[in-house]
Design a protein around this ligand. Structure first.
Ligand SMILES: *Cc1c(COP(=O)(O)O)cnc(C)c1O
Length: 307
Protein backbone atom coordinates (compact mmCIF):
# COMPACT_ATOMS: atom_id res chain seq x y z
CA UNK A 1 0.00 0.00 0.00
CA UNK A 2 1.14 3.51 -0.74
CA UNK A 3 2.51 5.24 2.30
CA UNK A 4 0.97 8.52 3.30
CA UNK A 5 3.00 11.72 3.06
CA UNK A 6 2.20 15.07 4.66
CA UNK A 7 0.92 17.15 1.78
CA UNK A 8 -0.40 16.97 -1.76
CA UNK A 9 -0.31 19.91 -4.16
CA UNK A 10 -3.86 20.41 -5.42
CA UNK A 11 -4.91 23.18 -7.83
CA UNK A 12 -2.12 25.45 -6.69
CA UNK A 13 -2.30 24.86 -2.92
CA UNK A 14 -0.67 22.40 -0.58
CA UNK A 15 -3.34 20.40 1.22
CA UNK A 16 -3.06 17.65 3.85
CA UNK A 17 -2.90 14.15 2.32
CA UNK A 18 -6.33 13.18 3.73
CA UNK A 19 -8.00 16.27 2.29
CA UNK A 20 -6.89 15.79 -1.31
CA UNK A 21 -10.28 14.37 -2.30
CA UNK A 22 -12.70 14.67 -5.23
CA UNK A 23 -16.43 14.21 -5.78
CA UNK A 24 -17.64 10.87 -7.21
CA UNK A 25 -19.07 12.73 -10.19
CA UNK A 26 -15.61 13.81 -11.32
CA UNK A 27 -15.76 13.53 -15.13
CA UNK A 28 -12.39 11.76 -15.53
CA UNK A 29 -13.35 9.14 -12.95
CA UNK A 30 -16.15 8.06 -15.30
CA UNK A 31 -14.66 8.49 -18.77
CA UNK A 32 -10.89 8.37 -18.30
CA UNK A 33 -9.96 11.59 -20.12
CA UNK A 34 -7.12 12.65 -17.87
CA UNK A 35 -3.34 12.54 -18.14
CA UNK A 36 -0.56 11.86 -15.69
CA UNK A 37 3.17 11.54 -15.15
CA UNK A 38 5.49 9.37 -13.12
CA UNK A 39 8.72 11.05 -12.06
CA UNK A 40 11.52 9.95 -9.75
CA UNK A 41 13.80 11.93 -7.47
CA UNK A 42 17.04 10.41 -6.23
CA UNK A 43 19.46 11.13 -3.45
CA UNK A 44 22.80 12.11 -4.93
CA UNK A 45 26.29 11.05 -3.99
CA UNK A 46 27.11 14.58 -2.78
CA UNK A 47 24.24 14.53 -0.25
CA UNK A 48 21.88 16.68 -2.32
CA UNK A 49 18.89 15.46 -4.32
CA UNK A 50 17.82 15.55 -7.95
CA UNK A 51 14.61 15.04 -9.88
CA UNK A 52 15.41 13.12 -13.04
CA UNK A 53 14.51 14.97 -16.25
CA UNK A 54 11.77 16.93 -14.49
CA UNK A 55 11.35 19.51 -17.27
CA UNK A 56 10.99 16.72 -19.87
CA UNK A 57 8.32 14.99 -17.79
CA UNK A 58 6.34 18.23 -17.37
CA UNK A 59 6.67 18.93 -21.08
CA UNK A 60 5.23 15.47 -21.78
CA UNK A 61 2.43 16.07 -19.27
CA UNK A 62 1.48 19.25 -21.16
CA UNK A 63 1.84 17.41 -24.48
CA UNK A 64 -0.46 14.65 -23.21
CA UNK A 65 -3.01 17.27 -22.10
CA UNK A 66 -2.75 19.02 -25.47
CA UNK A 67 -3.40 15.74 -27.29
CA UNK A 68 -6.55 15.21 -25.20
CA UNK A 69 -7.61 18.82 -25.70
CA UNK A 70 -7.30 19.69 -22.01
CA UNK A 71 -6.29 23.25 -21.18
CA UNK A 72 -4.04 23.06 -18.11
CA UNK A 73 -4.47 26.13 -15.89
CA UNK A 74 -0.75 26.13 -14.92
CA UNK A 75 2.31 26.62 -17.09
CA UNK A 76 5.45 24.52 -17.31
CA UNK A 77 7.47 26.60 -14.84
CA UNK A 78 4.67 26.57 -12.26
CA UNK A 79 4.33 22.79 -12.50
CA UNK A 80 8.09 22.22 -12.29
CA UNK A 81 8.21 24.38 -9.19
CA UNK A 82 5.18 22.62 -7.69
CA UNK A 83 6.84 19.21 -8.09
CA UNK A 84 9.93 20.35 -6.20
CA UNK A 85 7.73 21.98 -3.57
CA UNK A 86 5.88 18.70 -2.96
CA UNK A 87 9.15 16.83 -2.43
CA UNK A 88 10.49 19.52 -0.11
CA UNK A 89 7.38 20.00 2.02
CA UNK A 90 7.22 16.25 2.59
CA UNK A 91 10.90 16.10 3.45
CA UNK A 92 11.64 13.69 0.59
CA UNK A 93 15.30 13.58 -0.43
CA UNK A 94 14.14 10.89 -2.89
CA UNK A 95 10.72 9.66 -3.97
CA UNK A 96 8.17 9.26 -6.69
CA UNK A 97 6.05 12.14 -8.03
CA UNK A 98 2.62 11.67 -9.58
CA UNK A 99 1.19 14.73 -11.33
CA UNK A 100 -2.39 14.20 -12.55
CA UNK A 101 -4.49 16.45 -14.78
CA UNK A 102 -8.20 15.64 -14.81
CA UNK A 103 -11.63 16.99 -15.65
CA UNK A 104 -13.64 17.97 -12.59
CA UNK A 105 -17.36 18.03 -11.90
CA UNK A 106 -20.14 19.80 -13.80
CA UNK A 107 -21.45 18.28 -17.01
CA UNK A 108 -21.94 14.50 -16.78
CA UNK A 109 -22.35 13.79 -20.49
CA UNK A 110 -19.43 12.50 -22.49
CA UNK A 111 -18.82 16.08 -23.60
CA UNK A 112 -17.07 17.65 -20.62
CA UNK A 113 -18.59 21.10 -21.24
CA UNK A 114 -16.75 23.74 -19.29
CA UNK A 115 -15.95 21.53 -16.30
CA UNK A 116 -12.81 22.74 -14.53
CA UNK A 117 -9.46 21.18 -15.40
CA UNK A 118 -7.84 20.22 -12.12
CA UNK A 119 -4.24 19.36 -11.30
CA UNK A 120 -2.86 17.36 -8.40
CA UNK A 121 0.74 16.42 -7.61
CA UNK A 122 1.34 13.74 -5.00
CA UNK A 123 4.62 12.23 -3.83
CA UNK A 124 5.37 9.01 -2.03
CA UNK A 125 8.20 6.62 -1.37
CA UNK A 126 8.45 3.94 -4.03
CA UNK A 127 11.25 1.40 -4.13
CA UNK A 128 12.05 -0.84 -7.09
CA UNK A 129 8.70 -1.16 -8.94
CA UNK A 130 9.13 -4.84 -9.79
CA UNK A 131 11.21 -5.61 -6.68
CA UNK A 132 14.91 -5.32 -5.83
CA UNK A 133 15.45 -8.89 -6.97
CA UNK A 134 13.97 -8.06 -10.38
CA UNK A 135 16.63 -5.39 -10.94
CA UNK A 136 19.32 -7.99 -10.20
CA UNK A 137 18.00 -11.23 -11.64
CA UNK A 138 15.45 -10.17 -14.21
CA UNK A 139 11.78 -10.94 -14.57
CA UNK A 140 9.48 -13.45 -16.23
CA UNK A 141 7.16 -12.12 -18.89
CA UNK A 142 4.27 -13.43 -20.96
CA UNK A 143 2.92 -12.16 -24.24
CA UNK A 144 -0.44 -10.71 -23.36
CA UNK A 145 -3.71 -11.86 -24.84
CA UNK A 146 -4.49 -8.11 -24.99
CA UNK A 147 -3.17 -6.09 -27.94
CA UNK A 148 -1.60 -2.65 -27.46
CA UNK A 149 -3.63 0.32 -28.66
CA UNK A 150 -4.14 0.98 -32.34
CA UNK A 151 -2.71 4.47 -32.99
CA UNK A 152 -6.09 5.79 -34.05
CA UNK A 153 -8.11 4.18 -31.26
CA UNK A 154 -6.16 5.65 -28.35
CA UNK A 155 -3.60 8.41 -28.51
CA UNK A 156 -0.41 6.51 -27.84
CA UNK A 157 1.81 9.59 -27.41
CA UNK A 158 -0.31 10.68 -24.46
CA UNK A 159 0.19 9.22 -21.01
CA UNK A 160 -3.57 9.17 -20.60
CA UNK A 161 -5.53 7.66 -17.71
CA UNK A 162 -7.95 5.83 -19.99
CA UNK A 163 -5.10 4.23 -21.97
CA UNK A 164 -4.30 2.35 -18.80
CA UNK A 165 -7.41 0.14 -18.92
CA UNK A 166 -5.45 -1.81 -21.52
CA UNK A 167 -2.40 -1.87 -19.20
CA UNK A 168 -4.41 -3.01 -16.17
CA UNK A 169 -6.03 -5.84 -18.16
CA UNK A 170 -2.66 -7.05 -19.40
CA UNK A 171 -0.87 -6.68 -16.06
CA UNK A 172 -3.56 -8.46 -14.03
CA UNK A 173 -3.68 -11.31 -16.53
CA UNK A 174 0.12 -11.70 -16.44
CA UNK A 175 0.30 -11.65 -12.64
CA UNK A 176 -2.61 -14.13 -12.31
CA UNK A 177 -0.73 -16.44 -14.62
CA UNK A 178 2.36 -16.22 -12.43
CA UNK A 179 4.44 -13.72 -14.43
CA UNK A 180 5.89 -10.39 -13.35
CA UNK A 181 4.88 -8.34 -16.37
CA UNK A 182 2.94 -8.42 -19.64
CA UNK A 183 4.44 -7.91 -23.06
CA UNK A 184 1.99 -6.48 -25.54
CA UNK A 185 2.05 -6.74 -29.31
CA UNK A 186 0.82 -3.95 -31.58
CA UNK A 187 -2.17 -4.28 -33.92
CA UNK A 188 0.13 -5.61 -36.68
CA UNK A 189 1.55 -8.27 -34.36
CA UNK A 190 4.95 -6.68 -33.70
CA UNK A 191 6.34 -6.22 -30.20
CA UNK A 192 5.06 -2.97 -28.69
CA UNK A 193 5.73 -2.40 -24.99
CA UNK A 194 4.75 -3.60 -21.53
CA UNK A 195 1.97 -2.28 -19.29
CA UNK A 196 4.04 0.78 -18.36
CA UNK A 197 7.53 0.18 -19.76
CA UNK A 198 9.31 0.32 -23.09
CA UNK A 199 11.34 -2.66 -24.27
CA UNK A 200 14.88 -3.13 -25.58
CA UNK A 201 16.57 -6.20 -27.02
CA UNK A 202 20.29 -6.85 -27.55
CA UNK A 203 21.79 -9.24 -30.06
CA UNK A 204 25.42 -9.34 -31.16
CA UNK A 205 26.06 -6.08 -29.29
CA UNK A 206 23.40 -4.20 -31.32
CA UNK A 207 20.50 -2.71 -29.39
CA UNK A 208 16.98 -2.45 -30.71
CA UNK A 209 13.85 -0.78 -29.37
CA UNK A 210 10.37 -0.35 -30.77
CA UNK A 211 9.87 2.80 -32.89
CA UNK A 212 7.49 5.45 -31.56
CA UNK A 213 4.35 4.17 -33.23
CA UNK A 214 2.20 2.29 -30.73
CA UNK A 215 4.44 3.02 -27.73
CA UNK A 216 4.66 5.86 -25.28
CA UNK A 217 7.76 8.01 -25.86
CA UNK A 218 9.45 6.97 -22.64
CA UNK A 219 11.90 9.38 -21.09
CA UNK A 220 13.87 6.43 -19.71
CA UNK A 221 13.82 4.92 -23.22
CA UNK A 222 15.24 8.16 -24.59
CA UNK A 223 17.86 8.29 -21.82
CA UNK A 224 18.96 4.69 -22.45
CA UNK A 225 19.21 5.31 -26.19
CA UNK A 226 21.44 8.36 -25.62
CA UNK A 227 23.55 6.55 -23.04
CA UNK A 228 23.97 3.40 -25.19
CA UNK A 229 25.01 5.48 -28.20
CA UNK A 230 27.54 7.34 -26.08
CA UNK A 231 28.93 4.00 -24.87
CA UNK A 232 29.48 3.07 -28.53
CA UNK A 233 26.56 0.72 -29.15
CA UNK A 234 24.51 0.74 -32.30
CA UNK A 235 20.93 1.64 -31.31
CA UNK A 236 18.10 0.91 -33.75
CA UNK A 237 14.46 1.93 -33.54
CA UNK A 238 12.93 -0.86 -35.52
CA UNK A 239 9.89 -3.11 -35.40
CA UNK A 240 10.64 -6.64 -34.27
CA UNK A 241 8.64 -9.79 -33.70
CA UNK A 242 8.13 -11.84 -30.57
CA UNK A 243 10.40 -14.58 -31.91
CA UNK A 244 13.19 -12.05 -32.42
CA UNK A 245 12.77 -11.30 -28.72
CA UNK A 246 12.92 -15.06 -27.92
CA UNK A 247 16.35 -15.33 -29.58
CA UNK A 248 17.79 -12.07 -28.21
CA UNK A 249 21.01 -12.32 -26.20
CA UNK A 250 19.48 -9.90 -23.69
CA UNK A 251 16.26 -7.99 -23.17
CA UNK A 252 15.14 -5.38 -20.68
CA UNK A 253 12.32 -2.99 -19.87
CA UNK A 254 12.80 0.73 -19.26
CA UNK A 255 10.54 3.12 -17.38
CA UNK A 256 10.55 5.62 -14.55
CA UNK A 257 8.93 3.10 -12.20
CA UNK A 258 10.75 -0.01 -13.48
CA UNK A 259 14.03 1.87 -14.16
CA UNK A 260 16.11 -0.71 -16.10
CA UNK A 261 14.66 -4.16 -15.42
CA UNK A 262 16.24 -7.20 -17.12
CA UNK A 263 13.93 -9.80 -18.70
CA UNK A 264 15.08 -13.35 -18.07
CA UNK A 265 12.21 -15.31 -19.61
CA UNK A 266 9.46 -14.71 -22.16
CA UNK A 267 6.65 -17.24 -22.79
CA UNK A 268 8.72 -20.00 -21.11
CA UNK A 269 11.74 -19.31 -23.32
CA UNK A 270 14.92 -18.34 -21.50
CA UNK A 271 16.40 -15.09 -22.79
CA UNK A 272 20.16 -15.41 -23.23
CA UNK A 273 21.71 -16.79 -20.06
CA UNK A 274 18.47 -16.37 -18.11
CA UNK A 275 19.82 -13.47 -16.07
CA UNK A 276 20.82 -9.86 -16.55
CA UNK A 277 23.27 -9.82 -19.47
CA UNK A 278 26.45 -7.72 -19.64
CA UNK A 279 25.01 -4.93 -21.82
CA UNK A 280 21.91 -4.65 -19.65
CA UNK A 281 24.03 -4.58 -16.51
CA UNK A 282 26.31 -1.89 -17.89
CA UNK A 283 23.39 0.30 -19.00
CA UNK A 284 21.62 -0.22 -15.67
CA UNK A 285 24.76 0.66 -13.73
CA UNK A 286 25.47 3.77 -15.82
CA UNK A 287 21.80 4.81 -15.64
CA UNK A 288 21.88 4.69 -11.84
CA UNK A 289 25.11 6.71 -11.84
CA UNK A 290 23.46 9.40 -13.97
CA UNK A 291 20.31 9.69 -11.84
CA UNK A 292 22.40 9.88 -8.68
CA UNK A 293 24.54 12.68 -10.03
CA UNK A 294 27.68 10.57 -10.42
CA UNK A 295 28.20 11.34 -14.11
CA UNK A 296 28.78 15.07 -14.69
CA UNK A 297 28.26 14.65 -18.46
CA UNK A 298 24.53 14.29 -17.77
CA UNK A 299 24.14 17.02 -15.16
CA UNK A 300 21.65 18.80 -17.45
CA UNK A 301 19.20 15.93 -16.89
CA UNK A 302 19.04 16.62 -13.17
CA UNK A 303 16.87 19.19 -11.44
CA UNK A 304 18.81 19.61 -8.23
CA UNK A 305 17.17 20.51 -4.92
CA UNK A 306 18.05 20.49 -1.25
CA UNK A 307 15.92 19.30 1.65
C1 LIG B 1 5.09 5.85 -18.53
C2 LIG B 1 5.13 4.79 -19.56
C3 LIG B 1 6.34 4.28 -20.08
C4 LIG B 1 7.68 4.68 -19.56
O1 LIG B 1 7.94 6.03 -19.74
P1 LIG B 1 9.05 6.76 -18.86
O2 LIG B 1 9.02 8.16 -19.34
O3 LIG B 1 10.34 6.09 -19.13
O4 LIG B 1 8.63 6.61 -17.45
C5 LIG B 1 6.27 3.34 -21.10
N1 LIG B 1 5.09 2.91 -21.58
C6 LIG B 1 3.92 3.37 -21.10
C7 LIG B 1 2.67 2.86 -21.66
C8 LIG B 1 3.91 4.32 -20.10
O5 LIG B 1 2.74 4.77 -19.64
Amino acid sequence: MVQKSEKIWFDGRLVPWDEANVHVLTHTLHYGAGVFEGIRAYECADGGSAVFRLEDHIRRLLDSAHILGLTVPFDKDELVEACVEVLKVNGFSSGYLRPLVFIGTGAMGVHPGDNPIRVAIAAWQWGAYLGEEALEKGIRVRTSSFTRHHVNVMMTKAKACGNYVNSVLAKVEAVKDGYNEALMLDTQGFVSEASGENIFIVRDEAIKTTPLTSVLPGITRNSIMALAAELGYEVLEQLFTRDELYIADEAFFSGTAAEVTPIREVDHRTIGQGKAGPVTRLLQQEFFKIVKGENPDYASWLHRYEI
